[in-house]
Design a protein around this ligand. Structure first.
Ligand code: FAD
Length: 460
């Protein structure tokens, strides 16, 4: 007799959602995590702490614009320790929320490192557990530069960079992706001189090029420096500081950057090592992700995998959607596998960047319609002083159906949501342009962009 129907390894947004769904479907479930607090990377060292600090630092940065509203602040200061304490409180409250949900649903949370010793067999320390199914939701970890291990003092991963005890005077960030830019903006607002070094010749690879270029201009205006098309050659400790040697990939010119800390944000890799997968013969792809089928089954019967540990967008909401689909299939009620083409991505900087579906520069050879609307022409944006950015929609020239949407601007992530639904439902640009949007609202720019795209359709 097995102890459980399902043992989930990892209590991140993939694992804890799967555990709760499985318990709701009547299964006996345990969820194991080597962290004492459930919530995974997302809650403990990722999405939530970064957004908490983005919010605190944004309040600080906003003080500078208050005079324009006729509000004078006589003196103002910030206390980093209290900012960090608030971030920890936010995390801890949410940790407790998941622990409560586990208790209510009858999910046993086991703290410890799990090892799979065979199909249906998991060990955690001395404890041996028998289970019908094993779900691997072990997530991912920050990738380091070759030969440059994280010491979390001078060479930081995102985890260290979200827990600094003082503001570094000079912070070099390697990697102009989502994590590098969000954390860069936090420390830049708090007073660091931030320089972002990026290997390719643009920021935010994967995001629509026009949006990324406009975002870079705004971030530069806010004081963040960029070294694009630059390869990091060496990172060396020099007393209390670090020396970063970079080489321009076109000219070969070498430059030395001095910094008090270096954040390496060059991506994340799946956490699949040390679980016993090699001896079990669980198939991995060339990048170390666990290979799964549409129902998240690995190559070994009874072992499933979801979230950052399997190929697909490395995002918390995607992990949750994997969890729901995986458990529905396991419970004998399979629904469609998640469509990763409909997964939105948001960069929570100010202004925000949000995207779903096709980007213009990825549409080569396709006949498309493009419509744009600037927030400069939007009444609400003017009223609240958030005129940076624009909405860009991409549609199919033949059918008029929405294919992609990209927004740079205040609240872009929330504005995108109607376009994600429109994409899922196969709506046309005309449908969106004919939908009433409340005035004055930032959302009117979405409607205007769709109108602009429809107008280009009429002209052709
Ligand atoms: C700084 C930062 C900001 C981010 N911001 C966002 C954002 O704004 N929006 C977004 O959607 N995504 C964001 N992400 C990505 C998001 O955190 C991940 O996509 C998400 O957490 C993946 O969920 P998961 O359940 O697959 O794995 P994880 O959340 O990584 O959870 C895996 C868990 O498994 C545990 N584990 C691993 N191996 C073992 C083992 N052998 N035994 C026991 N336990 C084990 C780990 O301790 C971990 O708690 C961010 C990430 C970072 C680092």
């Amino acid at each position: 007799m097995s102890d459980f129907d399902l043992v989930v390894i990892g209590a991140g947004p993939g694992g804890y959602v799967a555990a709760l769904r499985a318990a709701a479907a009547g299964m006996r479930v345990a969820c194991i995590d080597e962290r004492a607090t459930p919530g995974g990377t997302c809650l403990n060292v990722g999405c939530i702490p970064s957004k908490a600090l983005l919010s605190s630092s944004e309040h600080w940065a906003e003080l500078k614009s208050l005079a324009d509203h006729g509000i004078e602040t006589v003196t103002a200061s910030f206390d980093l320790a209290r900012m960090m304490a608030r971030k920890e409180r936010v995390i801890s409250d949410l940790n407790k929320g998941i622990a409560f949900l586990f208790k209510k649903a009858g999910v046993e949370f086991i703290h410890g490192r799990a090892n799979i010793t065979g199909p249906g067999r998991v060990t955690v320390g001395e404890r041996e557990i028998a289970t019908h199914h094993i779900l691997i939701a072990t997530g991912s970890e920050p990738a380091a530069l070759p030969g440059v291990p994280f010491d979390e003092k001078r060479v930081l991963s995102s985890t260290g960079a979200l827990s600094l005890e003082s503001v570094p005077d000079r912070l070099v960030i390697v990697g102009a992706g989502v994590i590098g830019l969000e954390i860069g903006q936090i420390w830049s607002r708090l007073g660091s001189q931030v320089t972002v070094v990026e290997y390719v010749d643009r920021i935010l690879p994967g995001i629509d090029g026009e949006i990324a270029k406009a975002a870079q201009r705004i971030f530069s205006r806010h004081g963040i420096g960029f070294k694009l098309n630059a390869a990091v050659k060496t990172v060396a400790a020099a007393g209390a500081t670090a020396r970063i040697e970079i080489e321009n990939r076109s000219s070969g010119a070498v430059e030395i950057l001095e910094a008090d800390a270096v954040l390496v944000a060059i991506g994340r890799r799946p956490r699949t090592g040390g679980l016993g997968l090699e001896s079990l013969g669980v198939k991995l792809d060339a990048k170390g992700f666990i290979a799964v089928d549409a129902q998240f089954r690995t190559s070994i019967p009874g072992i499933l995998a979801i979230g950052d540990a399997v190929p697909g967008p490395m995002l918390a909401h995607r992990a949750e959607e994997d969890a729901a689909a995986c458990i529905a299939a396991l419970a004998g009620d399979p629904h469609d596998a998640p469509d990763y083409g409909l997964v939105p991505g948001v960069v929570y900087t100010a202004p925000e960047i949000a995207a779903v579906g096709l980007a213009e520069d990825a549409a080569a050879g396709r006949s498309i319609l493009v419509g744009k609307s600037s927030f400069l022409a939007n009444g609400r944006a003017r009223a609240i002083g958030a005129t940076d950015g624009f909405v860009k929609v991409i549609g199919c020239a033949e059918t008029g159906r929405l294919l992609g949407a990209h927004i740079l601007g205040h609240g872009a992530g929330e504005l995108l949501q109607e376009l994600v639904l429109a994409l899922r439902l196969g709506a046309t640009l005309h449908d969106l342009a004919m939908t009433s949007h409340a005035h004055p609202g930032m959302g009117e720019a979405v409607k205007d962009a769709c109108h602009a795209a429809v107008a280009t359709q009429r002209q052709t």
